[in-house]
Design a protein around this ligand. Structure first.
Ligand code: UDP
Ligand code: MG
Length: 316
């Protein structure tokens, strides 16, 4: 197999047919043996029936059906686990990532790169708030992490088999695949494209899912929040100590010392707040430690046309 295309699908019934048509048209122009793998991430609409139908009518098309919604990053992981191409494209199923870019991505990969990611030159049809928070997040991440995670890039990219093998060796539960791929190294480059609007349907990424992804990105690749918590703790204790000295001084050497209520409240609340914040940050890391030590499979496959039930892919 020369090329696999992995597409996570969550409630994309309005886009699947158009996507498949455009994608197969592109693949037909390439002199390659190719496969398309749709990973159904617990869709509640007709996505699963549609992809079963597509798979039944085209031997290049396959599906993997999760037992529930496990999330976009896990769906990509499952696709990467099960695909067999020497090169693998990962793209969204809402036509925001144009299939027509695949030949260019593939050609670039053949120039001797292991990763070619598609960088958004522009983004259409997304709210100003989303664009702004995304922009802010990528810049923050770039500043506080040690790996160079490319700016303004989603998961749309092509990677070589070497990278897929490396990814399979990273068993972390809280996936932030674009960060992991940067961490892996090798020769990486990018192509620019204009990201269009979602063709139909509604975004499956709710704000809470986005926040979780952002937290996974930060905690997987940076310990800076922990350091801020401890440095902040020291700084605040220093201030508190100075205030304490002042309080003692006022008690013994000043005449009108009695009125301490506001300063007492302020310092108690402030200290309490800082402590809770620091504990919260530590908690985020501990929660992820916990998830990893439980060693649960990342996903449960209900059925797929790619592997026999009972094979290693079920309940990995
Ligand atoms: N997706 C998924 N599981 C989810 C949410 C989204 O597999 O829980 C898929 C979705 O079908 C799409 C891709 O991930 O193919 C990107 O999702 P979306 O378009 O909602 O994200 P956005 O483009 O808004 O970042
Ligand atoms: Mg989208």
């Amino acid at each position: 197999m020369d090329l696999s295309v992995v597409i996570p699908i969550y409630n994309e019934e309005t886009n699947l047919s158009a996507l498949n048509t455009r994608l197969t048209a592109v693949l037909n122009t390439l002199p390659l043996q190719a496969e398309i793998i749709y990973v159904n991430d617990g869709s509640q609409d007709k996505s699963l029936e549609l992809m079963r139908h597509l798979a039944a009518h085209d031997p290049r098309v396959h599906y993997v059906n999760f037992s529930r919604n496990f999330g976009h990053q896990i769906a990509i992981t499952a696709g990467l686990d099960i695909c067999s191409g020497a090169a693998v494209v990962v793209m969204d199923g809402d036509l925001q990532d144009p299939p027509e870019l695949i030949p260019e991505l593939y050609a670039k990969l053949q120039e001797g790169y292991e990763v070619v990611y598609a960088k958004r030159r522009s983004r259409q049809g997304e709210s100003a708030v989303k664009k702004l928070t995304a922009k802010f997040f990528y810049r923050l991440l770039a500043r506080i992490t040690s790996v160079n995670i490319p700016l303004d890039t989603g998961d749309f990219r092509i990677v070589s088999r070497k990278v897929v093998r490396a990814l399979k060796q990273m068993p972390e539960q809280n996936k932030f695949i674009r960060g992991q791929i940067s961490w892996i190294g090798y020769r990486q480059t990018f192509l620019e494209f204009d990201r269009s609007e979602r063709a139909g349907g509604t975004p499956g990424y709710t704000y809470s899912k986005l926040i979780r992804l952002a937290m996974d990105g930060i905690t997987s690749f940076s310990d800076l929040p922990l350091r801020i918590a401890s440095i902040g703790g020291f700084a605040v204790s220093g201030v508190a100590f100075a205030v304490m000295l002042y309080a003692v001084y006022a008690r013994f050497f000043m005449q009108n010392y009695g009125v301490g209520w506001p300063s007492l409240m302020v310092s108690v609340l402030f200290l309490g707040g800082v402590q809770l914040m620091a504990i919260g940050i530590i908690g985020e890391y501990i929660a992820r430690l916990g998830a990893n030590s439980r060693q649960r499979p990342l996903y449960i496959i209900d059925d797929t046309d790619l592997a026999e039930e009972g094979s290693e892919y079920f309940g990995r």
